[in-house]
Write a protein that binds this ligand. Structure first.
Ligand code: ATP
Length: 537
């Protein structure tokens, strides 16, 4: 299981309406993506699962939603103005700009080794505040949600009378002017974060850090990631951010490699200390810049010791978009429903061979597109029996549409995919964008249609799940379409439902078809809601 390549996911996401490239009608805007009808459901479900586990189901957490725009002094004292910089190099030949630590002395675009010396580049987007173009009236789009939590620490404390240890959770947009956005929604310029700042007594920080690492791994497992694809990485002392005492990155095996999904840092008393006035009186452990602007001391009065302390902070910080990518990748599978006979595979094999030859010979194709098409095409050809559905993805890759014989290949492959294969997203039911598809066996049979629609309306009225009605094809095809978007249950209304089948006892029952096992069972219409709610748990 799991996706083998990013192309498989990009293609499915675009084709079925999960994720689209941003501003496409104007040629796009690098590093931005738009979530479509299914993507927004998936993303909302992921955020809700996080909120549920970290706010609703805990006794030691509050939530907030702070403004994206903050007083620019926030970013001075948080350290972002000075330190939120990546060393960057420009290619003297093609003028592209790269992060120095991500290339090995060679331009990934044109392979030139003529690069400038690395220079710091601030990743924050600067933006004008107010109508007058005064050089002082600016701020930044927040590059992380965390600072909105720190500056509200006192507000939350005073309004809720919380005692240590407790946390504040927030989900929201963050913006970084990444030098080289890439790998689909993995590294983008506008993204969402799910962050917790968990405040503890100094001295209890190491135990809480350890606990949070375990909690966060368990949560990612609960949304469906598998343990073998998750790897905690303990940062080495020379890799730690200036504010961190210890950081554990949770790495995930994405299609493009093992990379960070979430970071869990012990930030000590750096943040609350940095945003406080009278820092000298606070007994801070962290080294902070003197703050001459803050109007408050971000401290906690400990009723046990009768002393004011600056709590230490444990920060589990996860990317929503990287989470969505991990879910898609983990859930993705191409499965053979029944073995395709050799005489059906042979013509596809030939058409694929012709297509790849044509790609190889094509002089108009940009080198990058050609290379990607050939690599993906050859990977498919090597184990055609198993990988055949990937041809749909291959044909939607950049450059494929301009290849003359692509149509012929599609004509050969589509019927074989329809008959012998399926692409499935094995999402956990609570994350699936659509929970139930109601399907009429016959779309021109008024009674079947009206029964199906009334089931749809009834389930919809519970407000508990997203339901769709679909009558745009034969039932087998409709099942495949729902498998491909991860719908866990299909409900089919047929002649038995109306009491017109062979078995009169099946009157007022429907077929419930399960996505993963493809098993079918009969369930009474009157019991459907309870049945689905139980399965959705
Ligand atoms: P990286 O090293 O990959 O740039 P980071 O260590 O700078 O990430 P953090 O500042 O720890 O990231 O941000 C917390 C989380 O926010 C990351 O684990 C990631 O999931 C998410 N995130 C950060 N930058 C981006 C981005 N450009 N696009 C998408 N998600 C991001």
């Amino acid at each position: 299981m799991a996706a083998q390549t990013m192309e498989q996911l990009v293609s499915l996401c675009k084709r079925r309406g999960f994720i689209f490239p941003g501003s496409a009608v104007y040629g796009g805007l690098q590093g931005t993506y738009d979530y479509g009808p299914l993507g927004v459901e998936l993303k909302n479900n992921l955020k809700l699962a996080w909120w549920r586990a970290n706010v609703w189901e805990r006794e030691d957490m509050e939530g907030i939603d702070a403004a994206i725009l903050m007083n620019k002094l926030t970013w001075r004292y948080s350290g972002h103005e000075e330190t939120f910089v990546d060393p960057m190099v420009d290619c003297k030949n093609c003028k592209m700009r790269w992060r120095a630590d991500q290339i090995s002395g060679k331009c990934p675009n044109c392979a030139s080794t003529e690069l400038t010396e690395p220079r710091p580049f601030n990743l924050m987007f600067k933006t004008q505040i107010g109508p007058v173009p005064d050089p002082e009236s600016f701020s930044y789009l927040r590059p992380e949600t965390a600072q909105g939590i720190f500056v509200n620490f006192k507000h939350v404390l005073d309004s809720t009378s919380r005692k240590l240890p407790f946390g504040i959770a927030q989900i929201g947009k963050a913006f970084r002017n990444e030098i080289t956005p890439r790998n689909f929604i993995f590294r983008v310029r506008e993204f969402e974060q799910m962050e917790i700042e968990f405040f503890v007594r100094p001295g209890e920080d190491e135990a809480w850090h350890k606990k949070w690492v375990e909690d966060r791994i368990n949560w990612w497992l609960s949304v469906g990631l598998s343990r073998e694809n998750l790897e905690p990485y303990h940062q080495k002392p020379n890799e730690l951010a200036h504010y961190a005492k210890a950081t554990v990155d949770l790495l995930y095996r994405f299609p493009h490699g093992l990379e960070e999904l979430e970071g869990i840092a012990n930030r000590t008393d750096y943040d609350l200390g940095s945003h406080s006035k009278d820092q000298g009186s606070l007994g801070l452990k962290a080294r902070v810049s003197p703050n001459s602007h803050s109007t408050d001391k971000l401290t906690y009065f400990d009723p046990e010791t009768k002393q004011h302390v600056v709590p230490f902070v444990i920060e589990p910080s996860a990317g929503v978009d990287r989470g969505v990518l991990a879910l898609l990748s983990e859930a993705y599978a191409e499965e053979q429903v029944k073995p395709a006979p050799v005489d059906r595979l042979k013509p596809v094999e030939e058409a694929l061979g012709t297509f790849l030859k044509s790609v190889g010979r094509n002089e108009k194709l940009p080198a990058q597109a050609k290379e990607a098409l050939l690599a993906e095409g050859e990977r498919i050809a090597q184990s055609l029996g198993e990988r055949l559905p990937s041809i749909a993805g291959l044909l939607s890759m950049p450059g494929a549409e301009g290849i003359e014989v692509a149509k012929k290949l599609r004509g050969q492959v589509d019927p074989v995919i329809d008959e012998f294969y399926r692409t499935v997203l094995h999402f956990k039911p609570h994350l699936a964008p659509i929970k139930v598809a109601v399907l009429p066996l016959k779309k021109n049979h008024p009674e079947i249609v009206s029964t199906a629609k009334s089931i749809r309306r009834k389930l919809q009225s519970t407000g508990a799940m997203r339901i769709v009605y679909d009558d745009t094809g034969a039932i087998g095809k409709l099942y495949r379409r729902q498998d491909e978007i991860g719908t866990p249950f299909c409900i089919t209304v047929d002649f038995d439902t109306l009491g017109e089948g062979k078995d009169a006892a099946l009157k007022n029952t429907v077929t419930v078809r399960h996505r993963d096992s493809m098993a079918q069972e009969r369930v009474a219409i009157s019991e459907l809601e309870a049945y689905l709610r139980e399965k959705m748990q």
